[in-house]
Design a protein around this ligand. Structure first.
Ligand code: NAP
Length: 243
């Protein structure tokens, strides 16, 4: 049975990705940081539907916690076929209002988290000469968003990280790709008022906000054999918002 470890899978895009991968035969390690109940409920839902899933708690900003989490998954499953680094936080404020702690948290979750999880998983993938690593960036990492300098910088970093790692790990049979979602209707966007949501829909050629499933389907494709000659790419999932 193939195994996937999804960081930040207690809610939103990560949770829907867990459902989709489980429905497609993967054993799913559901990482969460704080939302223990939501993660447990998701496991129960997946198991009730006949799938295989279990929770692994870790703050991906913490190197030791992330390394321990990976060992826990390797111990239970024997190997990890797919890593999806999806954990993320967002905040909207001027750069000049962003405190050093807020800046650090943004970099730590998105970028340090990618380093910590890949650093822990890659040796096993290299030994087996196979594996897929997927990262979840954002269209703001490509184009930049006003009042989201820290978020945009972290997401841009994640794109550079993924491209460089794809070059480094290609000869070892490991593919690394990145998805860059547009505006996706999850908790992360709950603070948007109706007017802003309508304006965002208007600006999107496909005239709607994205769903967690839109992103999950792209991740499933990139993890599959159908994408066996695709590596180092950034796949936009944004309804045409950014072309
Ligand atoms: P969400 O609903 O707010 O979920 C965020 C997830 O990340 C939660 O499961 C949360 O777990 C987890 N998380 C946060 N900090 C963590 C940490 N330090 N360690 C481990 N897990 C952590 O957000 P979402 O919309 O699904 O976003 C998922 C990813 O997509 C993020 O990387 C986000 O930047 C990216 N993205 C989202 C959008 C969008 O419009 N929604 C657009 C582009 C990109 P806990 O609740 O357990 O802390």
């Amino acid at each position: 049975m193939k195994t996937v470890l999804i960081t930040g899978a207690s809610r939103g895009i990560g949770a829907q990705t867990a459902r989709l991968f489980a429905a497609n035969g993967y054993a799913v390690a559901i990482n969460y940081c704080c939302s223990c109940e939501a993660a447990q409920a998701l496991v129960e839902e997946i198991v009730a539907a006949g799938g295989d899933a279990f929770v692994v708690q870790a703050d991906v900003a913490d190197a030791q916690q992330t390394a321990d989490m990976v060992q826990q998954v390797l111990h239970r499953c024997g190997h990890i076929d797919v890593l999806i680094h999806n954990a993320g936080v967002a905040s909207q404020k001027l750069l000049t209002d962003t405190t050093p702690d807020e800046w650090r948290k943004m970099m730590a979750t998105h970028l340090d988290g990618a380093y910590h999880s890949c650093h822990a998983i890659v040796p096993d993938m290299v030994r087996r000469h196979e594996g897929v690593i997927l990262t979840v960036s954002s269209m703001w990492g490509i184009t930049g968003a006003s009042c989201e300098v820290a978020y945009s910088a972290a997401k841009a970093g994640l794109i550079g990280f993924s491209k460089a790692l794809a070059k480094e790990l290609g000869p070892a049979g490991i593919r690394v790709n990145c998805v860059a979602p547009g505006v996706i209707d999850t908790d992360m966007c709950r603070n948007l008022d109706d007017e802003t949501r309508a304006a965002l829909r208007e600006e999107t050629p496909l005239m709607r906000l994205g769903t967690a499933d839109d992103v999950a389907q792209a991740l499933l494709f990139l993890a599959s054999e159908k994408a066996s000659f695709i590596t180092g790419q950034v796949l936009g999932v944004n309804g045409g918002f950014l072309i």
